[in-house]
Design a protein around this ligand. Structure first.
Ligand code: ADP
Length: 398
């Protein structure tokens, strides 16, 4: 079965087509500037050149129509006809506490995505637009929604509750949800395969370190705790997000700067993190280069990032009473060997010992621990699209 995987943003859309008979990637692409001037589709058939279409695309339906045209294009396409496409899988940011797993899209599913608009105000409306555009253009092709939050729904209440007055949980569902769930689930499954064990007998700490970053404590194949919260702002220091701070800093700064809550929210999400501390960039490579050239704030940002990751690793080992494997994934986790080294440094007390030689690797599955390390250290390139496609096949083959 061939599956189209779609990740819709408010003005952009990423897609892939996978042949799920052998899980091979056939093509991938990106539509940018949907609904604004300069709309553009970049389509890459695997093993062939890029194909670019510049045309006005006033909404997601227009954009997806261009994607479908590219998929069946006689030179650049990967499908003989649209009937070869078995199903579409959509990445959806927020499923609230309604979804513990992926689901076939129906009216109830769409309503639940709508109900979560307040929790994912930027992403969920765009995700739903993508689903509705596909329904319009491919009314007979089943659609599946895969939620970034679903994997974390196994967290116990002591992990996900905030110690605020209980009424805010009851009235507004204010609690920790966690994100990157599809990635953490892929990591848990792939790590178990690499270790030759059943996920049910493993304690894993999955470190998804990209521009957005989160850790998950995965016990017996299920999420036990994760570092992102009600929104993706909580937890680690990220490219432009501050992660954990004393919440009292918010009124303190707002009063002195005369900032509104919305301005504070933007500052914490877009102007903080590696960018805010270093003053250089949100990109870990730029910060690393600046630090190597002697920029002290860039070096400080790196140290703070490492410190926070260590903090969570320690917490999760304590929460799970042990850890069999720590896994690094996403842009920085897959490529940043210096950061991996610093994170694992001085943790031999916890049985964590990185092998410098094994750590000299990028972007492929590998063991990074020394032979005598009690905790295995793995590098696994994440593949959220493959996970979405697997769920899509599983749910629509029935
Ligand atoms: P997201 O999907 O959250 O946008 P990615 O997972 O693509 O993010 O990760 C992007 C981050 O990975 C960037 O900050 C980038 O600097 C970092 N990264 C990519 N390659 C390297 C590398 N070779 N060394 C260090 N960091 C890297």
């Amino acid at each position: 079965m061939k599956v189209l995987v779609i990740n819709c943003g408010s003005s952009s859309l990423k897609y892939q087509v996978l042949n799920m008979d052998d899980e091979s990637l056939l093509c991938k692409g990106l539509v940018e500037k949907i609904g604004i001037e300069g709309s553009m589709l970049t389509h890459t058939k695997i093993g062939a050149d890029k194909f670019v279409v510049e045309a006005p695309m006033k909404n997601h339906t227009d954009a997806i129509q261009y994607v479908l045209d590219a998929l069946v294009d006689k030179d650049h396409g990967v499908l003989g006809s649209m009937s070869e496409l078995g199903a579409v899988g959509h990445r959806v940011l927020h499923g609230g506490d309604k979804f513990t797993a992926s689901c076939v899209v129906d009216e109830a599913c769409k309503q639940a995505i709508r109900d979560c608009f307040p929790l994912g105000p930027l992403h969920n409306p765009a995700n739903l637009m993508g689903i509705e555009a596909c329904e319009k253009l491919m009314p007979n092709t089943p659609q599946v929604a895969v939620f970034d939050t679903a994997f974390h729904q196994t967290m116990p209440a002591e992990s996900f509750m905030y110690a605020l007055p209980y009424e805010y949980y009851e009235k507004y569902a204010v609690r920790k949800y966690g994100f990157h769930g599809t990635s953490h689930r892929y990591i848990a499954q792939t790590a178990a395969k690499m270790l030759g064990k059943d996920p049910k007998e493993l304690k894993i700490i999955s470190c998804h370190l990209g521009n957005g970053a989160s850790l998950a404590a995965i016990k017996n194949g299920e999420c036990y705790d994760t570092s992102m919260g009600l929104t993706p702002l909580e937890g680690l220091i990220m490219g432009t997000r501050c992660g954990d701070i004393d919440p009292a800093a918010i009124p303190f700064i707002a009063e002195r700067e005369g900032m509104t809550l919305k301005e504070i929210d933007t500052m914490m999400n877009k102007k903080s993190g590696m960018l805010g501390v270093s003053g250089v960039s949100s990109d870990f490579r730029d910060v690393e280069n600046a630090a190597n050239e002697g920029n002290e704030r860039a070096a400080l940002a790196q140290k703070m990032f490492v410190h926070r990751v260590k903090h969570y690793i320690g917490a999760y080992i304590a929460e799970m009473n042990g850890c069999d494997a720590i896994v690094f994934t996403a842009g920085l986790g897959e490529n940043g060997k210096t950061m991996r080294k610093w994170i694992c440094e001085d943790m031999d007390y916890l049985g964590i010992k990185l092998c410098d030689k094994c750590n000299d690797v990028r972007g492929k599955e590998a063991f990074l621990n020394t032979e005598d390390s009690k905790v295995k250290i793995l590098l696994i390139p994440t593949n959220e699209e493959l996970m979405i496609a697997r769920d899509t096949v599983e749910l629509t083959a029935k």
